[in-house]
Design a protein around this ligand. Structure first.
Ligand SMILES: Cc1cc2nc3c(=O)[nH]c(=O)nc-3n(C[C@H](O)[C@H](O)[C@H](O)COP(=O)(O)OP(=O)(O)OC[C@H]3O[C@@H](n4cnc5c(N)ncnc54)[C@H](O)[C@@H]3O)c2cc1C
Ligand SMILES: *[C@@H]1O[C@H](CO)[C@@H](O)[C@H](O)[C@H]1NC(C)=O
Ligand SMILES: *[C@@H]1O[C@H](CO)[C@@H](O)[C@H](O)[C@H]1NC(C)=O
Ligand SMILES: *[C@@H]1O[C@H](CO)[C@@H](O)[C@H](O)[C@H]1NC(C)=O
Ligand SMILES: *[C@@H]1O[C@H](CO)[C@@H](O)[C@H](O)[C@H]1NC(C)=O
Ligand SMILES: *[C@@H]1O[C@H](CO)[C@@H](O)[C@H](O)[C@H]1NC(C)=O
Ligand SMILES: *[C@@H]1O[C@H](CO)[C@@H](O)[C@H](O)[C@H]1NC(C)=O
Ligand SMILES: *[C@@H]1O[C@H](CO)[C@@H](O)[C@H](O)[C@H]1NC(C)=O
Length: 544
């Protein structure tokens, strides 16, 4: 047992004992500060409430993080209205409780529901209304909704509108939009955050602000800088985008058998070629690659063989008869034929990319339980120069050391090239060929030693990748959060120069502006976590 775990075990009884006292005062505080807050038992849950455990577990997507040694929140608050969030901020602040906000709970490092200091979770599960205005081509969506619910609601109103956000339907709007958010339409329409035109946020003083009252600096910061450093975003106004009534999808699998390692197999050549092509294709054409370790049957000696599979997985915003000549022109090596393609509606393509079989009823998008819940660790990179074939072979060798490991390559270019690096905090624009994500998963919690083995493995892959990826800084995507990049020290002070190391990876030159906004809107650093934006050091503050 580590020192930290020991400390939290010793602290636990103390926290339980003070819990009831805090609870009483807290309820009183809530009713003083808010007229609509009386029915507190409906939305304030303590460790003794019957709903507490299931709520805590409900939307966490990576069970790595909730175990017997984790310190648990003193309160879980599930507000139904803005006024309850406003009062919660005032009262958690008054009681010295740190606040973690959770929308969909997909944070890779569990930051929306974990903390080492006494804390409360504000879980937006009950704030998930979506209202679509097809005539204006806009929508208001609350942070607690999922992107699956958003896609479903849009498709319910129109067959020719959509929204460019991520692939996994259970991802929450709150974390996803505030960290950027991208999926199959990013080459045509950019990030989810690029398509946000207004928002409501509760700030550290408990004020409810919209774009006009929060000002352009703060509105800039919450579209890619991570919401958790600045306040609680309640809802977002988005621009819907146009999609054709029929789109086309395909998936071409290429396999590399273990014995072909180093043989210059077709799979490696195609992946290599893709790096030169995918970012230059027409904006309507998105082809990503998912590389994974697969079981290749038994070898002669009776042991399991493994292989590497590369899936070229594509959405085309058009029909097969336009796609085939376009592919024949730009990527003939893949040998795509009409028979490999399927036409469907855009919303059906959403289900397809979520991994559902063709014909799956649309209401699967409303299922908030992810199919992907598992123990995992992930890291990300941006690639600006094609990786040589020998480099790719080195990746395959490393992937084969694990049983469930992935590398996902998402092509950039198109619209992403036309948005300036400082327009939003998300700086990974022109010059990037693709984003890559490495993921290792394991079944069940097979003990600390086994877990450490997987984590060592992914760190070692990450070290290997250094020679091939962006540098100065080596960039990373905030929504694929990785605490290996660095963390803030505990407490309400933050060390700017320390945070700059990881901050520049996520935000490059936008990091300083984020710190300036942070210092202005939350000068006591109430909204903080292991990777929240730090305050500017005192000597730099005069400039704001
Ligand atoms: C299975 C899976 C698939 C994914 N697929 C994609 C993908 O296709 N594309 C992509 O871009 N990303 C993808 N992601 C990453 C995802 O975008 C991020 O994990 C995102 O931050 C999740 O948002 P959430 O609301 O579900 O998470 P949460 O854990 O609830 O929140 C994440 C962070 O945002 C903060 N936050 C949440 N809500 C608010 C709010 N209302 N106001 C202020 N701060 C808030 C939290 O405190 C936390 O720091 C995927 C993740 C998973 C687990
Ligand atoms: C339990 O969760 C904590 C995070 O709160 C994590 O650091 C620790 O590794 C987890 N333990 C196990 C055995 O998974
Ligand atoms: C939209 O949703 C309503 C209510 O659930 C349903 O009755 C209707 O059939 C849906 N329409 C479309 C076009 O999906
Ligand atoms: C693509 O279609 C052709 C022609 O029908 C077929 O031979 C080939 O196996 C298909 N490829 C894939 C990956 O499905
Ligand atoms: C692909 O293009 C070549 C010449 O550029 C042409 O001969 C061939 O018929 C095309 N194939 C398809 C399937 O369009
Ligand atoms: C929701 O998805 C989960 C995980 O895929 C599945 O186990 C469950 O049955 C689904 N629920 C419904 C109502 O379809
Ligand atoms: C902040 O971190 C830097 C680099 O680690 C260190 O040199 C400096 O002393 C720290 N400053 C404070 C005030 O802790
Ligand atoms: C930081 O926290 C300490 C106690 O936790 C408190 O005394 C101090 O005033 C806080 N500082 C700021 C700037 O809020």
């Amino acid at each position: 047992m580590g020192v930290l775990e020991l400390v939290s075990l010793l602290l636990l009884p103390l926290l339980w004992a003070t819990c009831n006292a805090i609870h009483e005062d807290f309820l009183q505080c809530m009713t003083i500060h808010c007229r609509g807050c009386i029915d507190t038992s409906k939305y304030i849950h303590t460790p003794t409430s019957p709903s507490y455990t299931s709520l805590l577990q409900s939307s966490q997507q990576n069970p790595r993080w909730l175990n017997s040694t984790t310190s648990k929140p003193l309160l879980i608050i599930t507000p139904y209205k803005e006024s309850q969030i406003q009062a919660s901020i005032i009262c958690t602040k008054k009681h010295g409780l740190q606040t973690r906000v959770r929308s969909g709970g997909h944070d890779y490092e569990g930051l929306s529901y974990l903390s080492n200091t006494p804390f409360a979770i504000i879980d937006l599960i009950n704030l998930r209304s979506i209202s679509i205005d097809i005539e204006a081509e806009t929508a208001w969506v609350q942070s607690g909704a999922t992107i699956g619910e958003l896609y479903y609601s849009i498709a319910n109103k129109s067959g020719v509108h959509g929204f460019p956000a991520g692939l996994c339907p259970s991802v929450g709007i709150g974390g996803h939009f505030s960290g950027g958010g991208f999926g199959t339409m990013l080459r045509k329409y950019g990030l989810a955050a690029d398509n946000v035109v207004d928002a409501y946020l509760v700030d550290v003083h408990g004020r409810l602000l919209d774009r006009e009252t929060m000002g352009e600096d703060l509105f800039w910061a919450i579209r890619g800088g991570g919401g958790a450093s600045f306040g609680i975003i309640v809802s977002w106004k988005i621009k819907l985008v146009r999609v054709p009534p029929i789109v086309t999808v395909f998936n071409i699998d290429k396999k590399l058998h273990q014995e072909e390692q180093g043989g210059g197999a077709t799979m490696t050549k195609l992946v290599h070629r893709w790096q030169h092509i995918a970012h230059k294709l027409p904006e309507d054409l998105f082809i990503r690659i998912v590389i994974q370790v697969v079981d290749d049957g038994e070898s002669q000696g009776g042991s399991q063989n493994k292989a590497i599979k590369a899936s070229f997985n594509s959405l085309f915003l058009g029909r097969i008869d336009e796609l085939i000549p376009a592919m024949n022109k730009s990527f003939p090596q893949l040998g795509l034929q009409a028979e490999n393609c399927t036409e469907m509606t855009w919303i059906e393509s959403v289900l397809y990319f979520a991994g559902y079989p063709i014909g799956q009823p649309l209401d699967a998008l409303l299922n908030r339980t992810t199919q992907y819940k598992s123990y995992f660790k992930a890291k990300s990179d941006f690639v600006t120069q094609p990786i040589p074939q020998s480099g790719l072979q080195g990746i395959w060798e490393r992937l084969l050391q694990e049983n469930i490991a992935f590398m996902i390559m998402d092509p950039y270019g198109g619209k992403m090239n036309n948005i300036l690096k400082f327009e939003l905090p998300f700086p990974h624009r022109k010059g990037n060929l693709y984003n890559t994500q490495y993921l290792v998963k394991w079944e069940g919690d097979d003990g600390v030693r086994a877990r450490n083995k997987h984590i060592h493995w992914i760190r070692s892959l990450y070290r290997y990748m250094r020679q091939f990826v962006s540098r100065s800084p080596r960039a990373a995507y905030l929504n694929y959060r990785d605490l290996d990049l660095g963390i803030n020290q505990q407490g309400n002070t933050t060390n700017y120069s320390q945070a700059k190391v990881w901050g520049r990876k996520y935000f490059k030159d936008n990091f300083k502006r984020l710190a300036r906004v942070k210092t202005k809107v939350d000068p006591k650093n109430f909204f903080r976590n292991e990777q929240s934006i730090p305050l500017l050091p005192a000597m730099k503050r005069k400039v704001i």
